[in-house]
Write a protein that binds this ligand. Structure first.
Ligand SMILES: [Zn+2]
Ligand SMILES: [Zn+2]
Length: 367
């Protein structure tokens, strides 16, 4: 190799290498995909894990662009791992869009789809295999690890099954189990969600996708297999068919971040579970939810996004939510500039959360 070639090579590799050298925090970007999910984890080593890819169809370009903005903010040259929690369109929608813009080294999922749907089946038959054919495809089981150098990432749920053994330091009997009331069995893909638990030094975070109520019970009772966490990405966009208090209150998160839409998630029943969670210091939200109304929302400083035509005031009364998590009316449009909530976590357990819209930032000291 000539000196000129090696210099050119070094220059090309320098930005990524420098970014990796300068990183000291585990960064978590909760990205606005309008009531879908896309959450990016970047370890201090520079290794990256994206959980879900937002909405598809006409929304794929928008959500893909928002996810790529976070990828670029993190100075990533590739996505090392992509977990698709389950096969709902608000979780795998912009996958092709993203795969066309940046290499994805590993595609992770729970295995076979349990909820037949023409759009999903077409994606799984015709699109997805072609995407992972060029890299690696992994079907995970509870207890598996995801190789994110410097961060211990454990799969705690997949294909309807919970982990058998507690994560390190967890596994205490959970006194809340006596209060548990089951809901009807959930035959949908939500119950199949891949759940991921993160340990970075003394910092802990949890992301359970759209896992539903009875599956949460299996993780929380009779022993709490997940222990307590610093940051909880609120399950299922903050809908009350998930977020059982037997799990949420046992996790006792210091901070919860809700990936809700303007009319998806944030119903009063879910908000009450979060607000009454022992030790909760703050709840951060992607959007003001009309299903919360002002009655059950957080201060605007903790809300990352407005809508394209932001009203001068927000309703106080919660709007009635349709059953089963459906969206009755089209929500207010938000196709314009979008903002993430970013967590920068340190290995002593301290972390800082920032609202990218208004720059409001709060630090949570180690304890
Ligand atoms: Zn939005
Ligand atoms: Zn969802």
């Amino acid at each position: 190799m000539s000196l000129r070639t090696s210099l050119a090579l070094m220059t090309a590799l320098l930005p990524a290498a420098l970014a990796a050298q300068q990183r000291t925090t585990l960064d978590i970007y909760v990205i606005d995909v309008e009531g879908g999910n896309a959450t990016l984890f970047v370890a201090p080593s520079g290794d990256s894990l994206l959980i879900d890819t937002g909405n598809g169809g006409p929304a794929a370009a928008r959500d893909g662009g928002r996810i790529m903005a976070a990828v670029q903010d993190a100075k990533l040259a590739r996505i090392d791992h992509l977990i698709t929690t389950h096969y709902h369109g608000d979780h795998f929608g912009a996958m092709s869009e993203i795969a066309g813009r940046i290499p994805i080294a590993e595609f992770i999922d729970h295995g076979a789809n349990v909820q037949a749907n023409p759009t999903t089946d077409a994606f799984l038959n015709d699109v997805y295999p072609a995407l992972y054919a060029k890299s690696k495809h992994t079907v995970v089981k509870p207890g598996d690890r995801v190789a994110l150098r410097g961060v211990d990432v454990r799969i705690v749920a997949s294909a309807g099954e919970p982990i058998r053994d507690a994560v390190p330091g967890a596994g205490q009997p959970n006194p809340l189990c006596a209060t548990y009331q089951p809901k009807d069995p959930d035959p949908s893909e939500n119950a199949q969600s891949v759940g991921s638990h993160f340990t970075f030094g003394r910092f802990r975070a949890l992301h359970l996708g759209d896992l539903t109520w009875n599956k949460e019970f299996a993780l929380a009772c009779p022993r709490n297999l997940l222990g307590t966490v610093n940051v909880f990405v609120v399950t299922h966009h903050g809908q009350p068919i998930s977020n059982s208090p037997v799990l949420v209150h046992a996790l006792a998160p210091r901070v919860a971040i809700m990936n809700n839409g303007t009319r998806k998630g944030g119903q009063p029943d879910a908000m009450k579970v979060l607000f009454s969670s022992p030790g909760l210091e703050d709840l951060w939200q992607m959007h003001f939810s009309q299903l919360s109304g002002q009655e059950y929302t957080v201060p605007g400083a903790f809300i990352a996004n407005v809508v394209d035509e932001q009203p001068a005031s927000m309703p106080i009364e919660p709007a009635a939510a349709p059953a089963g998590g459906a969206v009755a009316q089209p929500p207010p449009v938000h196709n314009g500039p979008a903002f993430w909530i970013k967590v920068a976590a340190r290995d002593d357990g301290s972390f800082t959360v920032t609202n990218a819209r208004n720059g409001f930032s709060k630090s949570y000291a180690a304890r």
